[in-house]
Design a protein around this ligand. Sequence first.
Ligand SMILES: Nc1ncnc2c1ncn2[C@@H]1O[C@H](COP(=O)(O)OP(=O)(O)OP(=O)(O)O)[C@@H](O)[C@H]1O
Ligand SMILES: [Mg+2]
Length: 467
Amino acid sequence: MNRAPETLRSPPTLSRILLAWLLAPLFVLLVVSGFLTYRYAAHLAETERDLALEEVTDDVKDDVIAELKSKGSIDPGSLTLHLLLSDNRDHRYFAVYDDSGVLLGGDPRLPRGQTSPGNTERALFSTIALGDDALRLATMKGDEDAIPGYEILVAETMTRRNHLALRLSRAVLIPQALVILLAIPLVLYGIRRGLRPIDMLRNTITRRSPQELNDLSSSGTPRELLPVVAALNGLLLRVRTAQEEQRRFTTDAAHQIKTPLASLKAEIDLALSDPAHACAQPVLQRLGADANRLAHLVQQLLALAHTEAQGRSGLTLLDLTELAKEITEAFLPIADAHHIDLGFDGPEHTIPIRGNAVLLREAMKNLVDNALKFTPDGGTVTVSVDDTPPGFSVADSGPGIPQEERAHVLQRFHRSHDSAAIEGSGLGLAIVQQVALSHTANLHVGESALGGALFSLTFEDRAAGQS
Ligand SMILES: Nc1ncnc2c1ncn2[C@@H]1O[C@H](COP(=O)(O)OP(=O)(O)OP(=O)(O)O)[C@@H](O)[C@H]1O
Ligand SMILES: [Mg+2]
């Protein structure tokens, strides 16, 4: 038989383990209780039935003495004896001996000698075997004129006793078993309630975005989970530190490159304006373009590092309409240069949101820059703002972004093949997404009514935008 590898088997749930550990002792207790209950019930049944057997023995004694007095002999088939000994469930046997041990009547298989000498009132009881049957034997001894030193023995099979013991045991055990069965859902409910803090901790962790690396709160956390929360917070601190170091490295590296790059560009510009280098003009122009691309890359790297470092800090109340108008106006010269109809569409009133103006400007700039860059000359680009829910979008009449590529364009350094001829470092949309994350806003990539691409950034709602 093929056994599933250890890793493929689904691990047991904590509630099941707890349930098993709680119910196992209960079942053991039920078995022990069953055993003890049956023993006690058997004892009760024996005491009860012994009393009844003693009464029968006493009646048999009275009948036998009366017969001996009146007839001088015992008729084992007499009606009275028959009635006394008959029972619809058990078989009864009797025997009468005189003081010399002579059987005066009854069944000779019943053994004598069970009574203490001189006991005339009470019967003594013992359990004997008769053939395959176990019998309860009552022996009563007395002294009468008719039979001096008589010994009356009455025995009965144990069907009634066993039934009574079983009935008594069942009466106790069935309710006990039902209580345990009823306890299963209740215990399970209790366990689930008890484990709720674990679910809450899990939900808190899964709801977090990759950027939310602040400590988990330990308020309301049960003491057993505090070490787990502390360990997770330790891990979060290490991740934060590592991220911070990586960010600082990127920023430092970008800054380190910036200064020599600026002097390189200045040198190239100087050489380009020097007639002595006329024959090197094409090479110098290519070098100048490369230097510009490099400067743009450094600029984008710095912007991305800055966006990541800001996170949710620096949020202030600002007007989305004003911000979008400002960016649109800033790009008008570039749009004019390419005969692109760059327009603004939105309400005249303010749309207040809580946001980081520097980051939102950066996001809008990248989106408008993309729209103007990828839309052929003579096209249309529209910047829109919306009130409910608050948000802004940039639509263009360019080539658009194929459905299958929309998830990838947000990745760092991703550039589609079609845009290879257009300059860019592939970081603009990564910056926009980072800004969306730091504002808990939703970034949507789709198709615009103008036929090209549509990028929209929507804040969950006005309240969330203002939180
Ligand atoms: N408006 C658009 N229309 C068509 N394609 C676009 C549009 N915006 C982005 N893209 C595609 O997504 C890719 C990634 O865009 P992104 O802004 O991240 O990089 P980039 O513009 O190439 O470089 P950078 O923004 O860093 O200068 C682009 O190279 C382009 O292929
Ligand atoms: Mg871009």
